[in-house]
Design a protein around this ligand. Structure first.
Ligand SMILES: [Zn+2]
Length: 260
């Protein structure tokens, strides 16, 4: 499994980072995890052919995680993609996505490739070799009542991936480290939201699970301004076990395991 973080900004636009997106490759399958603004150019810079993506997984519908999706689909259509693209979205939001895309003239009748919307649930890719397990988290709990008044569920998911004897947990946005702590303890690498979780909770998790490697992403501006100092402090205390993400950073899970 190889994970490339193509967008590592928080929900606040900044120069030098795109919004949330990551590419996960395993055995020829290529998953896009979230599709924040800037994802289309990130995939171009990675020289990804328009047929390369197997599926897109959307963890929640905050703009910084989903706003790049229609542009991505438009770009794939205009560059002649033909193979179907599976898009896994929070359960119950399929109709909303369909209406959103239709509103952008992404009509099934004329698109060069089928856009197939599915509920985000346990799925196997790469002929069964890659298992995706979505884990509901509490990121949107604080807007549950308001969301219900507007007729939408308050859903956000962390994503766990298993391939061979390697495992990866991508927190997406969470409400606190407790949302992912148990699953992190059973994972080789955790990619964690550094906007909604204080660094002290992240280092405490690293102390609890000494073999866990952690990459902090979703970097907010207040952390950015102090990032070099924090990175060097973490390096002296944890070596390469805790790192800050940057756009284009990649992690090879099997190699990470070999380093332990
Ligand atoms: Zn976010």
């Amino acid at each position: 499994m190889k994970l490339t973080l193509t967008g590592t900004a928080s929900g606040i636009p900044v120069a030098g980072r795109r919004h949330s997106a990551a590419l996960l490759e395993a055995d020829g399958s290529m998953l896009l995890l979230d599709a924040g603004e800037g994802v289309s150019t990130a995939l171009l810079e990675a020289a990804l052919p328009s047929e390369a993506l197997t599926a897109v997984c959307i963890t929640h519908t905050h703009a910084d995680h989903v706003s790049g999706l229609p542009m991505l689909l438009q770009g794939l259509h205009l560059t002649g993609r033909l193979s179907p693209l599976d898009i896994l979205v929070p359960t119950g939001r399929e109709d909303w996505f369909r209406a959103w895309l239709t509103g952008m003239y992404i009509f099934p009748e004329k698109w060069s490739f089928p856009v197939r919307l599915h509920p985000l649930e346990e799925t196997r890719f790469a002929n069964g070799a890659l298992r995706l397990l979505p884990i509901p988290n509490r990121h949107l709990e604080r807007v549950r009542d308001l969301a219900a008044q507007h007729g939408i569920p308050a859903q956000c998911f962390s994503l766990r991936f298993e391939h061979g004897d390697s495992s990866l947990l991508v927190s997406s946005d969470i409400a606190g480290i407790a949302d992912v702590a148990t699953h992190a303890g059973r994972s080789d690498v955790l990619v964690v939201d550094a906007t909604h979780v204080p660094l002290t909770e992240i280092t405490a998790l690293a102390d609890t699970y000494p073999s866990l490697r952690i990459v902090c992403t979703h970097i907010p501006p207040e952390l950015e301004s102090d990032l070099l100092r924090l990175a060097s402090e973490l390096e002296s205390a944890y070596g390469a076990r805790i790192r800050f993400a940057y756009d284009g950073m990649y992690i090879e899970l099997e190699r990470e395991k070999a380093w332990k």
